[in-house]
Design a protein around this ligand. Structure first.
Ligand SMILES: NC(=O)C1=CN([C@@H]2O[C@H](COP(=O)(O)OP(=O)(O)OC[C@H]3O[C@@H](n4cnc5c(N)ncnc54)[C@H](OP(=O)(O)O)[C@@H]3O)[C@@H](O)[C@H]2O)C=CC1
Ligand SMILES: O=C(O)C1=N[C@H](C(=O)O)C[C@H](O)C1
Length: 260
């Protein structure tokens, strides 16, 4: 039985990649794509329903999984529509406010919802193992994170850096709301022991690069993840869609649930 998928933002960098791979996946049926009213041309090659209104497509395919890698305000609208229609949603969008994230958590009680800021295997394996590395290194090792992305990226720091910074900060007994340092400039004085620095670089066509620095006495450990193609994220999103369709509402699922 094929899993029906609907892709939001089908002309976007991620939406177009996900649509392409969905068409090539024998376990999936790309039944619809959504783009803005004034941007619907050139999508006929996808051989599926093309519309500017998700609800109209969901009327035809109520059992579909909606995949949304767009912008926060659009993704929130997607989730609301899926919740009303009883459809499942895989969200890859980053840059949500705290309120929007809370809304996703609350809607997940009654809607099959999946959100991950990075759907590559590599980053999600690092989410599992970096806390243990940091614990093993001990409290003398300062934590800093740097991320590099293409010049078109609208949010900063990346959702990946935000998520891993919080996880690793908590491993050190810290909290990014209090201990996060996102810019350093001028006479800043000595680095405090309880700082966690997150630095952002933007330029070129970098798909996504994250380096985690563990800086200790006389040595440092650096762990870098480099995404070479958006297909790594798209394959993760399609894997999540195949998995989510079999789940029940109850929590905001993430890649850790698939890896479990
Ligand atoms: N979780 C993960 O693994 C990954 C997450 N991402 C995240 O996915 C998101 C999208 O990234 P990317 O594909 O590079 O971005 P793009 O800008 O290439 O695509 C965004 C899409 O959203 C659409 N869009 C923008 N604004 C609106 C709106 N107000 N209403 C409806 N649709 C809208 C755009 O449509 P239009 O073309 O008409 O403007 C476009 O199709 C980002 O948040 C990024 O961080 C990216 C890669 C991996
Ligand atoms: O905007 C992107 O491109 C990416 N965004 C995600 C993030 O913000 O972490 C994931 C990936 O790094 C690519």
């Amino acid at each position: 039985m094929q899993t029906q998928v609907i892709v939001m933002g089908a002309k976007g960098r991620m939406g177009s990649t996900i649509s392409k791979l969905a068409m090539e996946d024998s376990q999936l049926d790309l039944v619809g794509v959504v783009e803005r009213e004034d941007n619907l041309d050139g999508l006929d090659s996808l051989s599926c329903k093309v519309d500017s209104d998700l609800s109209r497509i969901l009327d035809s395919f109520p059992g579909a999984v909606v995949i949304d890698f767009t912008v926060p305000e659009a993704s929130m609208e997607t989730v609301e529509k899926c919740s009303s229609a009883g459809a499942a949603a895989v969200i890859g969008t980053t840059g949500f406010t705290a309120e929007q994230s809370q809304k996703l958590e609350s809607l997940a009680a009654s809607t099959r919802l999946f959100w991950a800021p990075n759907m590559s295997v590599g980053i999600n394996v690092l989410i599992q193992i970096l806390p243990e590395l940091l614990k093993s290194l001990g409290e003398k090792y300062d934590l800093e994170i740097m991320e590099i992305h293409h010049k078109f990226k609208k949010d900063a720091p990346s959702g990946t850096a935000v998520k891993l910074a919080q996880i690793l900060a908590e491993t050190k007994g810290l909290d990014m709301d209090r201990h996060g340092v996102y810019a350093r400039h001028g006479i800043i004085g000595e680095r405090q022991k309880d700082e966690v620095g997150v630095q952002t670089l933007r330029g070129g066509d970098v798909v996504g690069e994250h380096t985690f620095y563990f800086l200790g006495p006389g040595e440092r450990v650096e762990v870098t993840h480099r995404a070479h193609s958006r297909e790594t994220f798209a394959q993760g999103a399609l894997r999540a869609a195949r998995w989510l369709v079999e789940q029940k509402p109850g929590k905001l699922y993430s890649m850790a649930d698939i890896f479990a």
